[in-house]
Design a protein. Structure first.
Length: 428
């Protein structure tokens, strides 16, 4: 399928944040896929689109001329956890709101941060107008994010309840029904939330290479995700699971010690390798035999709030593999389920006893040419007509210590809750 969008480069560089705020922020059906404030590499995209069905039938290839960027038209949106778990054969809880939400791009600007260039995409009659609007918007100043109004949040589980669920996970592992389980919880507010201002505060506090904002029909996703779930380019699919987290410290020596502790942790290494093996198995279902391998293993990546342990698995997709077939093989992501995947999802459904919703799903873009770039919905805020929620969790192994796992949930939830104007409930 080819895009009906024409393209044209702008005369100079403009800040994607300013362009989004000036041209798109007040509308419905808008997106901002964000490489982060002051990014020096990667691409950002801002634009608008109309609601569409899921692009499952697109053949996942991602080839062709990329001189105007890897994404030149297609779909932007999200896929939630619960529907994907049900498609994988696991029981799933129903959640309010759209489990899947996709926008067919109507007009868009792509920002190449390394080359400092901007390309506009729109139907030919609208292209000149979009370029002029973007260039005019770029001459304005970047407005600061408004202060966060104080809101109250409630936790789905009290810390002691979550600790008991951790022990039940360890019992399941001891009985041989799982090797690792990604146990999650949710923090919710019923307060009215401004999703755009919330996202501006989130990206300022915890910039990430796969941040994003998507809004349609009263629902919005604001994410500072550090985890790339699936990327497809030139028939090669890659996934970069994260397992293992430590907080950052303002003291350089302490910060380096925390990174070294993460790198040397046998528990975190075992957890990460288990998910690497699971993702290798998932990708082998849709890749050429013998092509799936771990390209990188157990690397520490550092972000403003946390250190993370990251690996990369890649393989060559079989000719004709569709996006839907790739999703069915790999989604939900092993980093958000545990292993073995189906058994883990069954256990977690029983223990969590509530939907995950958009959290633990994925979001990003799918191109008309079959290119894919999807991030995990973690470190994220889901805004809906009745309020907002933040999901968080962690991988449980036999070697897990409940107090440490409870603390890790607090580390992960603190920044998104702070962007909402909330503090962690007592004990977290």
């Amino acid at each position: 399928m080819s895009s009906d969008l024409a393209s044209r480069a702008l005369a100079g560089w403009v800040d994607p944040a300013i362009v989004f705020l000036e041209l798109f922020a007040s509308a419905d059906g808008v997106f901002w896929l964000d490489a982060g404030p002051d990014a020096s590499e990667g691409w950002s995209w801002v634009g608008s689109g109309i609601r569409s069905s899921s692009p499952r039938d697109v053949v996942a290839e991602g080839g062709g001329d990329r001189s105007e960027g890897p994404f030149r038209g297609g779909w932007v949106g999200w896929a939630g956890y619960d529907d994907a778990a049900a498609r994988a054969g696991a029981p799933a809880s129903a959640d309010a709101g759209p489990g899947d939400l996709w926008l067919r791009v109507e007009r868009m600007l792509g920002f190449d941060h390394s080359a400092r260039r901007v390309v506009a995409f729109a139907p030919e009659p609208q292209l000149v107008e979009l370029v002029a609007e973007a260039e005019a918007a770029g001459r304005g100043p970047m407005p600061p994010a408004g202060p966060a109004p104080r809101v109250q949040v409630t936790a789905r589980h009290a810390p002691a309840e979550y600790a008991e669920l951790i022990e039940q996970c360890r019992e399941e592992i001891c009985e041989g029904r799982a090797y690792q389980l990604c146990l999650t919880t949710r923090f919710e507010t019923s307060a009215s939330v401004d999703p755009v201002q919330t996202y501006l505060r989130l990206r300022a506090a915890t910039p990430a290479h796969h941040g994003g904002f998507i809004r349609s029909g009263g629902w919005a996703l604001a994410s500072a995700s550090p985890e790339q779930f699936l990327a497809v380019e030139d028939d090669i699919v890659r996934t970069r699971p994260i397992k293992g987290t430590r907080p950052r410290s303002t003291d350089p020596e302490r910060d380096a010690a925390l990174a070294a502790e993460l790198r040397g942790s046998e528990k975190e290494q075992a957890e990460n390798v288990m998910i690497v093996d699971l993702m290798r198995n998932d990708l082998q279902r849709v890749c050429d035999p013998g092509s799936v391998a771990a390209e990188r293993l157990l690397e520490v990546e550092s972000y403003r709030a946390v250190h993370q342990l990251v690996s990369t698995v890649a393989g060559r997709l079989r000719t004709g593999t569709t996006v839907g077939e790739l999703w069915d093989a790999a989604f939900p992501a092993g980093s958000m389920t545990g292993a073995p995947k189906l058994s883990a999802m069954q256990i977690l459904h029983r223990l969590e006893a509530a939907p995950r919703g958009v959290f633990a799903g994925c979001f990003g873009w799918i191109g008309d040419d079959g290119g894919v770039d999807l991030a995990m919905v973690i470190r994220s805020i889901v805004v809906h007509p009745q309020g907002a929620y933040v999901g968080a969790g962690g991988g449980i192994t036999w070697g897990s210590v409940a107090a440490d796992e409870v603390a890790e949930v607090g580390i992960k939830a603190r920044a998104p809750l702070g962007a909402l104007g909330a503090e962690l409930p007592p004990g977290w």
